[in-house]
Design a protein around this ligand. Structure first.
Ligand code: VJV
Ligand code: CA
Ligand code: ZN
Length: 393
């Protein structure tokens, strides 16, 4: 029925744990782990599993989590009572200290398992790239870029990306981290702030005081001291509401193309948060599936091994569309997947349009006014190119 075959040479691996998807942050919380089920369902229905190596990932061990996170934080994460249980009277200040139990980062049932599974899939993906057993390794359950060493933040408890990059640094000299989630990748930037072995680039909506997390201005490029090795190794692309596929694609290629030339990464870690799509419950951009996917395609075209992580994405049907399409791009079968969502796809009724690429009349979401002027985008590119003059290997 399908014409999707294993591409010669390139190996793609897909890392997931279906147990992860059964966890709930709470009834109306925007983060819905079952968007991963929806994604996998589309990937399977389009016949893509036959063109990849599929792995059910193990849970990361305490020691693995401990390679970035502090022990006291992990210990509390593992033992904190879920919200519907009596408060932990012995540790009244720990929830505050670790930012656990608020509305963004609730203490739900099975939280520690959920975190270990997300981290386990990202670590497995990174190892597959280290061993050179894959050219592209996909971990849609990862991408939780806000978590800090000793603090949960913005729906993220364990920073699986930092763990994955630490693994990559054991085998590769330089890692380029790229983050297309609508939010600033603050946790990853902070973790590698003082090293020139990791270059971080985040594209995000930037409006401090109004939009989370409020960091990631154009002038935030790493430590200010030239003596610090991390100087100039953080790039931030602050954007306004309503950016389009065309503008984003131009920015992405100008910035990542030039970064690739200057930094010469040995491997790419790409966070593909789908909250930068139009119609996202929390996002503000106008990207369509094609525009989001074009970023993945551009990275692939650089011919460097790559780990692909998930991230945000709060309109599940659109998250699944984008991540299924991007899985196809990784395999190289995007021109062969039928536009129409297969009739036998379970969950088909979740898709308000029958196609993976809604047409002009039925785009992903009500478009927002575009507040990004061409002049400002040009200034951003100029600033980034200026920064990159300090970077060279
Ligand atoms: O803006 C914030 C922080 C507040 C305090 C908590 N309230 C609920 C919101 C304002 C200052 N947090 C952001 C966090 C966004 C995290 C994005 C994560 C990622 O995509 O980058 C990577 C996975 C925020 N924006 C919207 C909400 N929180 C939000 C949280 C809810 C909610 C509605 C909106 C939590 C629970 C419920 N509704 C029921
Ligand atoms: Ca981002
Ligand atoms: Zn986000």
């Amino acid at each position: 029925e399908y014409d999707i075959v294993r591409p010669k040479g390139k190996t793609v691996s897909f890392h997931a744990n279906p147990e992860m998807e059964k966890h709930h942050f709470g009834q109306t919380h925007p983060m819905k782990p079952w968007r991963l089920t929806l994604t996998k369902s589309l990937v399977t229905s389009y016949g893509m599993t036959f063109a990849m190596d599929n792995y059910t990932t193990r849970t990361a061990t305490y020691e693995e989590l401990n390679s970035f996170h502090a022990s006291d934080y992990l210990d509390y994460l593992a033992t904190a009572p879920p919200e519907d249980q009596p408060r932990d009277v012995d540790n009244p200040d720990k929830e505050v200290k670790f930012n656990l139990g608020g509305s963004d980062c609730p203490l739900f049932h099975g939280l520690y398992d959920y975190c270990s599974m997300s981290a386990g899939s990202s670590l497995d993906a990174a190892r597959k790239i280290c061993n050179q057993q894959s050219d592209i390794a996909i971990a849609w359950g990862g991408g939780l870029h806000h978590a800090k060493r000793s603090e949960a933040s913005g729906f993220c408890y364990i920073n699986d990306i930092v763990l994955g990059i630490l693994q990559l640094l054991r085998c590769y000299p330089r890692v380029l981290y790229i983050d297309i989630d609508v939010h600033h990748g603050d946790g990853v930037e902070e973790a590698f702030f003082s090293t020139d072995r990791v270059m971080t680039v985040s594209f995000h909506k930037y409006q401090p005081e109004v939009f989370f997390p409020g960091t990631g201005g154009l002038d935030d490029n790493g430590p200010k001291s030239e003596h610090n090795q991390g100087a100039h190794h953080a790039i931030n692309v602050p954007l306004n509401d309503g950016i389009t596929d065309e503008q984003y694609g131009w920015l992405f290629e100008s910035i990542i193309g030039k970064t690739n030339e200057s930094f010469r990464p040995s491997v790419i870690a790409l966070q593909c948060g789908a909250d930068s799509l139009a119609g996202d419950r929390l996002g503000r951009f106008n990207l369509q599936v094609q525009g989001h996917g074009a970023c993945v395609n551009f990275c692939k075209s650089l011919g460097i091994p790559m780990v692909i992580f998930g991230g945000g994405g709060y309109t599940p049907r659109n998250v699944a569309r984008a991540w299924a399409y991007e899985t196809a791009i990784a395999i190289g079968c995007q021109s062969k997947i039928p536009e129409v969502i297969p009739a036998h796809a379970p969950w088909r009724e979740h898709f308000i349009h029958d196609t993976i690429f809604p047409t002009l009349e039925q785009i992903l979401g009500e478009p927002r006014a575009n507040r990004n002027t061409q002049k400002r985008l040009q200034e951003i590119v100029m600033h980034v190119h200026e920064q990159l003059r300090f970077v060279g290997h």
